[in-house]
Design a protein around this ligand. Structure first.
Ligand code: NAD
Length: 341
């Protein structure tokens, strides 16, 4: 096949284990897709300390806007100060409306109660109570605005159905609480039903979020793609990742109209930073999602297969070491094993 065109990606190594897992992932990306180059930007503690309250500076914004994608290591959120969340700020700056989290079981190599689980949560990423619009009414009463728009609902629901079609998935489940929030969640549900009619090839169902989350915990293999408003999606996607048994392996994508950000679900793990023992898999699988997003399917497949083979060969970092491990490897050795495969 023809060589892929050159493409530059903004890369933020982040804090804690961020620099080591980012280096590991770049080693694998360079081996699989030599036409990629990387533009380093500073996001996280270093940016905060330099006085950028959002945790990133103008150069970072320019680089993301120019290159269209950023691969981001985890950030340590300073405690006790009035710092904003870097993720929420980046989502707002770049209109990253879709948060995509695949939750996959890697039975038997990573312990799980649900072999065969393979769910993708599509979470609305800009609206709902997560817009953070709060105010004080009186000394004893505070209020949060739950903002839901028809264009916002249409965008995310359409994204979920398009994603399902593109990835050969068969069903989209919508979860809301529209029996109680008849206007806001009611709009999300109504738009879901309208858009679903345009995708007769994909099954569509709606569940109330509480029973849906309960079912995700005990019977996750009944789900395929799930689309849900922001706050519910935040909670549901953590439940689903934990149920899959692999929260440390879980990748995520934040997709916008012009830009996208890819990062692992886990945090900066300061307790193990600098020891070459962190698992780079969450960020590596996020990089695979990035390659798919960029239309570089061959490189994505090569890396995903090599990663699966490494896991199947029992080369495991300490966090997933268990009955099916053959050898405990560090961050660098794990990345080299993936490159070799
Ligand atoms: P964490 O995910 O960093 O760590 C939880 C536990 O999992 C720790 O024991 C850690 O050692 C382990 N762990 C996490 N990632 C691992 C990996 N790749 N390999 C092996 N073990 C791993 O969660 P936390 O301790 O609650 O948070 C630490 C910092 O990360 C906080 O400042 C938090 O705000 C931040 N955080 C950032 C993001 C992000 O940038 N997207 C997400 C979550 C948390």
């Amino acid at each position: 096949s023809a060589p892929l065109p050159h493409r530059t990606i903004a890369v933020a190594a982040g804090d804690g284990i961020g620099p080591e897992i980012t280096q590991a992932v770049l080693d694998v990306l360079r081996a699989a897709d030599p036409a990629l180059s990387f533009a380093p930007v500073t996001v996280g503690l270093e940016a905060y300390r330099a006085g950028h309250a959002a945790g990133f500076d103008r150069d970072t914004i320019d680089a993301i806007a120019e290159h269209g994608v950023i691969l981001k290591g985890p950030i340590t959120t300073p405690q006790g100060g009035g710092y904003k969340s870097v993720n929420v700020s980046l989502r707002k700056t770049f209109g990253l409306y879709a948060n995509l989290r695949p939750c996959v079981a890697y039975h038997p190599f990573v312990a799980t109660h649900h072999p065969g689980m393979d769910v993708v949560i599509v979470r609305e990423n800009e609206e709902d109570t997560y817009a953070g619009i709060e105010h004080r009414q009186t000394d004893e009463v505070v209020q949060c605005l739950k903002l839901v728009s028809r264009p916002g609902c249409e965008r995310i629901v359409r994204y979920a159905f398009d994603y399902a079609r593109l990835h050969g998935r068969r069903k989209v489940t919508c979860m809301t609480k529209d029996n109680i929030m008849k206007l806001t969640d009611g709009l999300f549900h109504r738009v879901f039903d309208e858009v679903a009619r345009e995708y007769p090839d994909i099954a569509a169902e709606h569940m109330i979020i509480d029973i849906g989350t309960a079912k995700m915990a005990v019977d996750p293999t009944r789900f395929d793609v799930v689309v849900t408003p922001n706050l519910y999606g935040d909670i549901l996607s953590d439940v689903a990742a934990e149920v899959a048994g692999s929260i440390g392996l879980a990748p995520s994508a934040n997709i916008g109209r012009e830009c996208a950000m890819f990062e692992a679900v886990h945090g900066s793990a300061p307790d193990i930073a600098g020891r070459d023992i962190a698992n780079p898999s969450g960020l590596l699988l996020s990089a695979v999602m990035m390659l798919v997003h960029l239309g570089r399917g061959a490189a994505a497949t090569a890396i995903h297969n090599a990663w699966l083979r490494t896991i199947e060969d029992g080369l495991h970092t300490a966090d997933i070491h268990g009955a099916h491990s053959r050898e405990r490897v560090g961050t660098r050795a794990f990345a080299q094993a993936v490159v070799a495969r």
